[in-house]
Design a protein around this ligand. Structure first.
Ligand code: ATP
Ligand code: MG
Ligand code: FE
Length: 348
């Protein structure tokens, strides 16, 4: 059967179609429209602009997805939509479209969790998850470590960031270095040509005293402040800022903490498969270090290709397919979106 997935939690309008097979979920098409350029001059997402952009892009993006997959709406067996977390206005536009489709087609509606979708999308890339996986979801709004016993029904949040998310820290440091919004990809690019050992920036929550209470939690705001101080001191002294080395040293600190803590959690919970997802998993420093350290630790690491790391409809179609595959009940047609949907709640 076919699942249509709709994602509108932030500034990407994503529509995807997934086919459920006994032993895999197949991605037929993944269409994305983004309003990111409209927000760039504000240095952040403007919810009102994003909502309006979703409203305009929704039907054309659905039509483009159906056209590219050569599928008629009548073949769709279920509709999955992001119910949260995210921006209320944008989520509401997606939910309204999904409800209209579900009612019109007479098929079940499944409201699902965006952050868990960031991990679930990998089922379409590297196959259905084994019985138990660790998921590190790192994005613009989240940096969480999830123990996934069943991606559709049983997710435990082991830890999360106490302040900034990894992507958020990159975007803030990007602003500080005068880079365009969002700064994450720009820092990634600069870092590739810098020396990651040039400056020793702090590794948050890795001291022995933090291990007891915050072993699986992250903190990036101290690091961000350390970068700001370092840059200010140079500027005050009239010295040039070695952008590549600052970017590389900062990126190295973030990748170091994320991978070290995640691998330690895998060991503690005896999990041998790690899935990394979310917009920040596009980061090349994280991808490289995670790949190397997991190989050393005997952990199988699964990271989707970059286009499935940032927000898209495929992640929602993938999680919707997992829900349909298990025969779970449909969400109510009056489902409300939840901007702060807990990460332990997979469906509505
Ligand atoms: P959430 O998923 O928590 O609701 P979101 O949907 O806004 O947040 P995503 O779209 O998943 O976030 O990720 C966007 C974030 O990823 C931004 O902070 C962006 O800077 C960051 N990002 C994207 N590519 C890279 C990269 N190559 N290196 C570093 N950061 C990156
Ligand atoms: Mg985005
Ligand atoms: Fe996201």
């Amino acid at each position: 059967s076919l699942v249509l997935g709709i994602e509108t939690s932030c500034d990407e309008t994503g529509v995807a179609l997934a086919r459920i097979h006994d032993d895999r979920t197949e991605l037929l098409v993944d269409a994305v429209a983004s309003s990111v350029d409209e927000h760039a001059r504000f240095g952040g997402i403007i919810p009102e602009i994003a909502s309006r952009a979703h409203l305009e892009a929704m039907v054309p993006t659905i039509q483009r997805a159906l056209g590219e997959a050569d599928v008629d709406l009548g073949q769709v067996g279920a509709v999955a939509v992001t119910a949260g977390p995210g921006l209320v206005g944008p989520l509401t536009v997606g939910a309204a479209a999904a409800k209209a489709l579900a009612v019109g087609l007479g098929v079940p509606l499944h409201g699902v969790n965006h952050v868990i979708g960031h991990a679930a999308v990998d089922e379409m890339v590297h196959g259905l998850f084994p019985e138990r996986v660790m998921a590190l979801v790192v994005s613009g709004g989240h940096s969480s470590l999830l123990l996934v016993d069943d991606v559709a029904t049983d997710v435990t949040e082991l830890g999360h960031t106490l302040d900034d998310a990894a992507g958020e820290a990159f975007d803030k440091v990007g602003r500080l270095l005068g880079l365009p919004y969002p700064g994450g990809p720009h820092i990634d690019r600069l870092a590739r040509e810098g020396d990651p050992g040039a400056i020793r920036f702090p590794r948050g929550l890795t001291a022995a005293k933090d291990q007891a209470r915050h072993a699986d939690d992250f903190s990036f705001s101290g690091l961000k402040t350390a970068v700001a101080r370092w840059v200010e001191a140079r500027q005050d002294a009239g010295q040039e800022i070695p952008l590549h080395d600052v970017a590389a040293s900062f990126a190295a600190a973030v990748a170091d903490v994320l991978t070290a803590k995640t691998i330690a959690a895998c060991r503690r919970h005896e999990v041998d498969t790690l899935v990394i997802g979310g917009g920040f998993s596009a980061n090349s420093q994280l991808r490289e270090l995670a790949t190397r350290r997991c190989a050393e630790a005997g952990i199988t690491v699964r990271i989707p290709p970059i286009r499935y790391c940032t927000d898209n409809g495929a992640m929602i179609a993938a999680l919707g397919a997992a829900v349909v595959r298990r025969g779970l009940p449909a969400s109510p047609l009056d489902l409300a979106v939840d901007s702060s949907m807990p990460l332990t709640q997979v469906t509505v």
